[in-house]
Design a protein. Structure first.
Length: 533
C-alpha cells in the first residue's frame, strides 16, 4: 500500500481554499518537471535541468512587500520604518480575490519544513500556480519523509499566484505586484511575480520574526564546520559581492548551508535544504560543483540565455538579467553536511568589501564591536556598478539583510551580542575589498591572503600573534601572520600617500557614524563606546 503524500485531514478544502480544479500534493521532482513541461512553463535542459524564465520580474520586489497590521502584538514588534504596512481589510480583500481567481485552476502543493532543527523548524505549505515553483521550493526548503507528510500540520501557508494582478486602490498595495504577510492569519500572499526567490525569502522573513522570541538568532549567513568535527562551526555574514559563498565553500570543511541559518543554544542549523546560486560568469574551474548543478537532473535554471537548438547555456549573457541563478538540493555538493547541523559557532566572520581601501584584511572584534559592525552591515558600491556612481559609495544593510528583517535591528544585534558573550565565540571582520588605495587606484585584496587569514582564524593560530589597536575603528589588527605580507595587515602602509589614506579613513569613519546614529537611542553604553572607536 502506498503511503499517502498528504495528511488527509489537511487538504486545501480544510483551509478554506475551495473550487480548485485539481490540486497536486507533494509531487516528486520527475512529476513536477513532467507537469511543468506539459504546461509550457519552460524547457528541459542538458542533463535534465529545468530552464525557466521569470518574465519581467527577475529579482525580488522589496517595495511591494507588506506586513499586515493584524494585532497589537504585531503593531508593537514590527520595524515599520523598514516594513510597509497593510490594513487587515485590504489583506482580506486581496486574499478573497486571489482565492476566487484560483477557482477552476490547477495548483501545486508542497508541504515542507523551514529549518533543519526539529525543535525550531516551521511547517510551511506552499500553494503555487506553476509546477516549476513547486520544484524550486522543494529544493530550497527541507523535505519531509513520506511518513511525516501523513501527519503534517501546516503552520503557515504561502499562496503564490503569478497570474493575479493586484489592484492598489482595492488591496492597499503599491502596484499590481504584492507580497503580503499576515502573521495572525498565518498566510502569505504573493501575486504578479514569477520570481521564485520570493517564496524562499518569505519563509526567511517569517523565521526572522518567530525565532527571536524563542531565543534563537536568525542569520543571513553561510556556515560550515570542520571536516571531522561538527562542533567546530563558523558562520559568514556578508552582503552580495563580499565572498560569503566562495569563502564558506572550503573543500577542507563541511558546508552547512550558503544563505540562511539559525543559532540556538545547541548550535547552528540551516533553514534550507538547497542552494540558490548566481550563475553569471560562473567558472567551471573555480566552482566546478556549482557549475555541474546547471546540468543536473531536477535543478532549476532561472533566466539564463541558452541556444534553442543545442540547449547550451551562456554563462556570460546578462541580457535578461545579471541575476541569473540555479536552484539545487544540498546533496548536489559533495562536502555538504547530511544533517545541516553544526555546533555553536566558534568563529563569526563578518565580510565586507571596502572599496575605500581603509579597512585591514582582518580584525578581531569584541562582542560590542561585533554588534556595532553587525548593525552597520557595511560594504560598498564601486564606480560603474550603477549609473551615476563615480566614486566608492557606502552601502549599509543592517544585520547584513535589512529587507528580510521584520523586527527592529537592535533586537537581532542584542541577541547576537548575548550569544557571543555566552558562548565565547571569536568575532572577525574580514575585508575582501581594496588595498593600496581606493577602487580605481589600489588593487583587490589577494584571495590567497584572505584564505590564509581565515584559516588562521578558524584553526585558532591567529590568537597567538601580536595585535595592534586600529586608530580609526578601535578593533585589534594582527601585526604579523605567517604566509601574509606584514605590509598588507596595515592598510595605511600600502598607500603611497599616507595623508590621503588618513583623509579617506576619516571620511569612512564619519559615514559609519552618520549611519549608526539611528541606533544610538536603543543600544547600551558598551556598544556606544565601540561606535566611537
Amino acid at each position: 500500500m502506498t503511503t499517502p503524500r498528504v495528511n488527509p485531514n489537511k487538504r486545501l478544502e480544510d483551509q478554506g481554499i475551495v473550487g480548485i480544479s485539481k490540486a497536486y500534493y507533494n509531487l516528486l521532482e520527475p512529476a513536477l518537471i513532467e507537469q511543468a513541461l506539459q504546461r509550457g512553463e519552460g524547457r528541459l535542459g542538458l542533463g535534465g535541468a529545468f530552464l525557466a524564465s521569470t518574465g519581467s520580474h527577475t529579482g525580488r520586489s522589496p517595495k511591494d512587500k507588506f506586513v499586515v497590521r493584524s494585532s497589537q502584538d504585531v503593531e508593537d514588534t514590527i520595524w515599520w520604518e523598514n516594513n510597509a504596512p497593510m490594513d487587515v481589510a485590504a489583506f482580506d480583500r486581496l486574499h478573497d480575490d486571489m482565492l476566487a481567481h484560483l477557482q477552476g485552476r490547477d495548483v501545486f502543493v508542497q508541504d515542507l519544513f523551514g529549518g533543519a532543527d526539529p525543535a525550531h523548524r516551521l511547517d510551511v505549505r506552499v500553494v503555487t500556480e506553476l509546477a516549476w515553483h513547486g520544484l524550486f521550493i522543494r529544493h530550497m526548503l527541507r523535505r519531509p519523509a513520506a511518513e511525516e507528510l501523513a501527519h503534517f500540520e501546516p503552520e503557515f501557508t504561502i499562496i503564490n499566484c503569478p497570474s493575479f494582478k493586484a489592484d492598489p486602490a482595492r488591496h492597499g498595495c503599491r502596484s499590481e505586484t504584492v507580497i503580503a504577510l499576515n502573521l495572525t492569519k498565518k498566510v502569505i500572499l504573493i501575486a504578479n511575480t514569477a520570481y521564485a526567490g520570493e517564496n524562499k525569502k518569505s519563509v526567511f522573513t517569517l523565521l526572522n520574526y518567530i525565532l527571536p522570541e524563542k531565543g534563537v538568532m536568525p542569520m543571513h549567513c553561510s556556515a560550515n564546520h570542520a571536516m571531522d568535527d561538527p562542533e567546530e562551526s563558523a558562520v559568514f555574514f556578508g552582503l552580495s559581492g563580499t565572498g560569503k559563498t566562495t569563502l564558506s565553500a572550503c573543500p577542507s570543511r563541511m558546508l552547512i548551508g550558503d544563505d540562511e541559518h539559525g543559532w540556538s543554544d545547541t548550535g547552528v542549523f540551516n533553514f534550507e535544504g538547497g542552494c540558490y546560486a548566481k550563475t553569471i560568469n560562473l567558472d567551471p574551474e573555480a566552482e566546478p560543483e556549482i557549475y555541474a548543478t546547471t546540468h543536473r537532473f531536477g535543478s532549476v535554471v532561472e533566466n539564463m540565455i541558452y541556444d534553442p537548438d543545442t540547449l547550451e547555456l551562456d554563462f556570460s549573457d546578462d541580457s535578461l538579467t545579471a541575476n541569473t541563478r540555479v536552484a539545487y538540493p544540498l546533496d548536489a555538493i559533495s562536502n555538504a553536511s547530511t544533517t545541516s547541523l553544526g555546533g555553536v559557532p566558534k568563529n563569526i566572520i563578518m565580510l565586507t568589501c571596502d572599496a575605500f581601501g581603509v579597512l585591514p584584511p582582518i580584525a578581531r572584534l569584541t562582542p560590542a564591536q561585533a554588534m556595532y559592525h553587525f548593525l552597520s552591515g557595511f560594504t560598498s558600491k564601486v564606480a560603474g556598478t550603477e549609473q551615476g556612481v563615480t566614486e566608492p559609495q557606502p552601502t549599509f544593510s543592517t544585520c547584513f539583510g535589512a529587507p528580510f528583517m521584520p523586527r527592529r535591528p537592535e533586537v537581532y544585534g542584542k541577541l547576537l551580542q548575548e550569544k557571543i558573550a555566552q558562548f565565547g565565540s571569536e568575532c572577525w571582520l574580514v575585508n575582501t575589498g581594496w588595498t593600496g588605495g581606493a577602487y580605481g587606484t589600489g588593487s583587490r585584496m589577494p584571495i590567497k591572503a584572505t584564505r590564509a587569514l581565515l584559516t588562521a582564524a578558524l584553526d585558532g593560530s591567529l590568537r597567538n600573534v601580536d595585535f595592534r589597536r586600529d586608530p580609526n575603528f578601535g578593533f585589534d589588527v594582527p601585526v604579523s601572520v605567517p604566509g601574509v605580507a606584514d605590509v598588507l595587515l596595515d592598510p595605511r602602509r600600502t598607500w603611497q600617500d599616507s595623508a590621503a589614506y588618513d583623509r579617506q579613513a576619516a571620511k569612512l569613519v564619519s559615514m559609519f557614524a552618520e549611519n549608526f546614529a539611528q541606533y544610538v537611542p536603543f543600544i547600551d553604553d558598551e556598544v556606544k563606546q565601540a561606535a566611537i572607536g
